[in-house]
Design a protein around this ligand. Structure first.
Ligand code: HEC
Ligand code: HEC
Length: 323
């Protein structure tokens, strides 16, 4: 029923989308200009945060363009990495255990600001990570996304899939200084002072907000629809979603993504509180279990928003009375 009601606005949205989609690939001067104006200094490296569903195929830097790399073999691997990033399920299916692509979360091929961009991150590895309590390389991190966000298995370090993804992510960092975190990194967060204790998040309000703001594209059941061929979001919960060891299984972290990157009709329009309520609703559901999550954070410091972590919460803090 609600689905029917939602069809009209979505259709209007997609009709608008098609008009914009024509000729939106390649050098779209208006988007590039918007990027410069809205983010002063980011230049044309990243798509602006306000960009909506109709530009989901747009790339500030297109790896399919000419002159990607002087070495034709390397150029082909950069392109292959991009294709895997965008269509992991089909092109790296042996390592993927759900319906996610890397670009389900790192929008526009990792080239959109406030949507977990990967531009300029290659030069920051190896880096110390608390979750592992050791130095991790970029390839480690890619493998980590496969076993957690993609609920799959880790491709070997020297596997063509790992190397192609690494080549694409390195290419995204061309021209960005190495060793210093770029200004646009880490923006998908909820500021500490706005964080609401997990037990205080009201699931009834979370569900209402979700149904109102998200269900048109993600469905009342979280599974999601094919959006007129532009994109198909992956399930937000259930057996085909990220597992409970993923970054997105943490309430404040997922809220940071939702706050700035969603809804794709008007990214940035939610408040910190609304984003946390919706995040709580999404992560109150069942999802696949990450088998070795108990050995994460071996040096301590387990995050206090990890609702599926029985070492932090003996029972799921959002299940029970409210549902
Ligand atoms: C379910 C959403 C999701 C999916 C799918 C996903 N990621 Fe991520 N990724 C995140 C989040 C959230 C972070 C940020 C922090 C964290 O989780 O620790 C991240 C961080 C990263 C980082 C580190 C960025 C930095 O600034 O240090 C890399 C590299 C990365 N992801 C690559 C990938 C690749 C490659 C894939 C596909 C194999 C992928 N991700 C799939 C959510 C996702
Ligand atoms: C206009 C359609 C639309 C709306 C409305 C929308 N989303 Fe999305 N969302 C998408 C698309 C499309 C993607 C995947 C992008 C891709 O694959 O390139 C996505 C991706 C996501 C992801 C990354 C993981 C996944 O499963 O794909 C999360 C989390 C998410 N949306 C949450 C939300 C929440 C929460 C809301 C409501 C506040 C919302 N979205 C509203 C279209 C939408």
């Amino acid at each position: 029923m609600l689905r029917l009601l939602l069809v009209a606005p979505l259709a209007a949205l997609l009709l608008g989308a098609c008009a914009v989609e024509e000729g939106s690939r390649g050098a779209d001067a208006s988007v590039a200009r918007a990027t410069e104006e809205s983010e002063g200094g980011v230049g044309s490296l990243l798509l602006p945060a306000e960009a909506t569903l109709e530009t989901i195929g747009y790339l500030p830097r297109d790896p399919m363009a000419e002159g990607v790399h002087e070495n034709p073999y390397t150029a082909e691997q950069i392109r292959r990495g991009y294709r895997i990033f965008r269509n992991s399920v089909d092109l790296a299916g042996e390592f993927v255990g759900n319906d996610m692509d890397c670009s389900s979360c790192h929008l526009n091929g990792g080239q959109k600001i406030k949507a977990l961009p990967l531009v300029g991150v290659a030069g920051l590895f190896p880096q110390y990570r608390n979750r592992d309590a050791r130095l991790v390389s970029l390839e480690d991190r890619i493998r980590g996304c496969f076993i957690r966000s993609m609920n799959g298995t880790a491709p070997p370090f020297d596997h063509p899939v790992t190397l192609a993804l690494s080549a694409y992510i390195h290419w995204l960092s061309d021209g960005v200084p190495t060793g210093e975190s770029p200004a646009w990194r880490g923006l998908n967060t909820i500021p500490v002072e706005s964080r609401i204790p997990i037990e205080e998040l009201d699931l009834v309000r979370g569900e209402e907000l979700y149904n109102d703001q998200c269900a048109a594209c993600h469905g009342l059941d979280g599974v999601g629809f094919n959006l007129g061929g532009l994109a198909e979001p992956a399930p937000l919960w259930g057996p085909r979603s990220w597992n409970d060891g993923a970054g997105a299984a943490r309430i404040w972290r997922l809220a940071g993504f939702i706050r700035h990157a969603m809804p794709l009709t008007a990214p940035g329009s939610l408040t910190d509180e609304e984003a946390q309520l919706i995040s709580a609703w999404v992560n109150s559901h069942e999802r696949p279990e990450f088998p070795t999550k108990a050995t994460d954070f071996p040096a301590g410091g387990r995050p206090s928003d990890a609702v599926y972590d029985t070492l932090v919460f003996p029972s799921h803090p959002l299940r029970g009375s409210a549902r």
